[in-house]
Design a protein around this ligand. Structure first.
Ligand code: URQ
Ligand code: ZN
Ligand code: ZN
Length: 581
């Protein structure tokens, strides 16, 4: 990895440090701060060596030569993990302007020390070849650690086989499907189901962009035909129910094949509620709002300044209901939603102008990767919706757990990577395109004053941001491989495999009919009433819990000869109430 060619205006990074500088760089003691992990906050010091947290505690005994950083009054938090970015994505006839270098540099400046980006094969393209291509783009540019979701934009036996290869050989455990972008990235329900079946078989997580791509295409045609060509057309082509229907459909389909599901960029109140209800029903689904949906609304699309309105175009669109950001933030705080992404996919004003006269050609995407941490602190913690521990959970720890990188990532503890932010909760900063480190010439949070400022950032144990200055090295970031079967998603899935069994009704003439059991072939018929001969019990014995009949007198299944050795599968919902062993 070559040293970064630092443009003149930037402070030269530490070049060829002498021995003691090298030691100071690799040995760091952070003193006097308050460590905030997802589970608790406590006063303690942190000792770091060679990129790893070696000790957490007070009065630490450490080797000589360490640099001491005083952090009294500051919070020591795990580096942010942004689970949803698209650096230099080729999209809608152009390419996202923030590449893997500038995008990760900006991430570090904002306190995010890892991104999970997307490898998106075009339809018909090999997933493995696309993966290698994306690695080739990113590895030499990233300034912080990263990983990749791989998109499934088409379906075939080859795709099915390559999913296995990507899981087993490329360190990827998360795959994205789009229900929108018809004819470009969209998969239909059959393809979505097949993909979920395969992902479940491999122990991987299905991510979904949930919008109904077919009705969007219809709406786009209708609106253009009516002469509505501005960014307000984007908003009207994708009303909230277009997102909510697809959210519900994706949850149902994935659950039917017992595949864990992750809904990206949750933009609507009704979608947060749909996810919450699904989880209450026992489904394994995670919801990811983004910084944009937690801090902005869709009134911008009606701006008379075309460029301003177009800058907010992303899909699903921001909602015009001004209570949406607060509602989503409360859903995030209470656990209905789980972690914050940004969907950082930036296009400059002249790129957005590709859609002048036709809103369907406005490249979709906004910024967020640099400002996410401060925006969530301001809108979530500073105004009392969540506490600091929940902030760490939703900006770092939950991503580490869901994508199977915990505790290497997402926590301040011995043995974890030294991706650490010294965070000043009382400091403020005003967000602006004029001061941000991103390449894009617009910032959707322009002018927003935020409490909660990263003052110093460590990436792999090296100081990469301090006193407002970046000291990054292009290509220093690593690709972080992720094993399948993340327990956050799969611990229950595997149990459900055992419990969720279909039942079979045996009818007159069927083999085993009339003996009251399901002939060992099916679960107990939950619809059978006590008088029904198929009111089965296991091995012909009475299920004292299944009905109120007493032990004395004629019994509903006296005609059933006691049987031994026959086991029946459990009824839907598990083996509760089965008295029998
Ligand atoms: O859909 C996505 O997540 C990508 C293509 C970014 N653009 C967007 O509008 N969300
Ligand atoms: Zn999307
Ligand atoms: Zn995205």
């Amino acid at each position: 990895m070559e040293e970064e060619q630092v443009p003149k205006e930037e402070k030269p990074q530490v070049d060829s440090p002498t021995d003691d500088t090298e030691t100071a760089q690799t040995r760091i003691l952070i003193k006097g701060g308050k460590i905030v992990n997802a589970d608790r906050a406590f006063d303690s010091d942190v000792y770091i060596e060679d990129g790893v947290i070696k000790q957490v505690g007070e009065n630490l005994i450490i080797p000589g030569g360490a640099r001491t950083i005083e952090a009294a009054g500051k919070l020591i938090i795990p580096g942010g993990i942004d689970p949803h970015t698209h650096m230099e994505l080729p999209f809608m006839g152009t390419q996202a302007i923030d590449d893997f270098y500038q995008g990760t540099k900006a991430a570090l400046a904002g306190g995010t020390t890892m991104i999970i980006d997307h490898c998106i094969p075009v339809k018909g393209e090999s997933l493995v070849e696309a993966y290698e291509k994306w690695r080739g783009k990113a590895d030499s540019k990233v300034c912080c650690d990263y990983s990749l979701h791989v998109a499934i934009t088409w379906w075939s036996e080859q795709v099915e086989q390559e999913i296995e290869t990507v899981c087993k050989e490329k360190g990827v455990n998360s795959f994205k499907m789009f229900m929108a972008y018809k004819d470009v990235m969209m998969v239909n329900d059959h393809e979505f189901i097949q993909a979920c079946k395969k992902l479940k078989a491999e122990g991987a997580l299905a991510l979904v962009h949930a919008e109904n791509g077919d009705i969007i295409a219809e709406n786009q045609k209708k609106l253009l035909a009516q002469g509505i060509t501005g960014p307000e057309g984007h908003l009207q082509s994708r009303p909230e129910e277009v997102e909510q229907e697809a959210t519900n459909r994706a949850i149902m389909l994935a659950d039917q094949v017992n595949c864990p599901l992750y809904i990206v960029h949750v933009m609507a109140k009704s979608c947060a509620d749909t996810i919450a209800k699904a989880r209450r029903d026992g489904k394994i689904v995670f919801g990811e709002p983004i910084a944009a949906s937690l801090a902005c609304d869709g009134t911008h699309y009606c701006s008379h300044d075309w460029g301003h309105a177009a800058a907010y175009v992303l899909s699903p669109p921001l909602k015009t209901d001004p209570s949406t950001p607060g509602y989503l933030m409360k859903s995030l705080a209470n656990g209905d939603l789980h972690l914050v992404g940004t969907d950082n996919c930036t296009f400059n004003s002249e790129q957005k102008a590709l859609g002048k006269g036709d809103f369907t050609k406005i490249p979709n995407g906004v910024n967020g990767v640099e400002d996410r941490m401060s925006v969530i602190w301001e809108k979530g913690v500073h105004n009392g919706i969540m506490d600091a521990c929940r902030f760490v959970a939703v900006t770092s720890t939950n991503a580490a757990k869901i994508f199977n990188m915990y505790p290497q990532k997402g926590v301040i503890q011995a043995g974890s990577d030294a991706d650490i932010v010294i965070f000043n909760p009382e400091a403020t900063r005003v967000i602006s395109k004029d001061t941000h480190h991103q390449a894009v010439d617009f910032n959707i949070f322009e002018g927003m004053e935020c409490h909660g400022v990263p003052e110093l950032v460590l990436s792999q144990g090296k100081v990469v941001f301090e006193d407002g200055e970046l000291h990054v090295t292009q290509g220093a970031g690593r690709f972080i491989p992720r094993e399948v079967h993340a327990s956050e998603a799969y611990s229950r899935i595997l149990i459900r495999d055992k419990v969720r069994k279909p039942f079979k009704i045996l009818r007159e003439g069927d083999e085993g009919a009339g003996d009251g059991t399901m002939n060992g072939k099916g679960g107990i018929n939950p619809m059978a009433s006590e008088g029904d001969p198929s009111f089965a019990t296991k091995r012909g014995q009475r299920d004292l819990h299944a009905s109120s009949f007493s032990l004395s007198g004629q019994q509903v299944d006296d005609h059933v000869a006691p049987r031994s050795g026959r086991s029946v599968l459990n009824p839907p919902g598990g083996r509760s109430n089965i008295f029998l062993s």
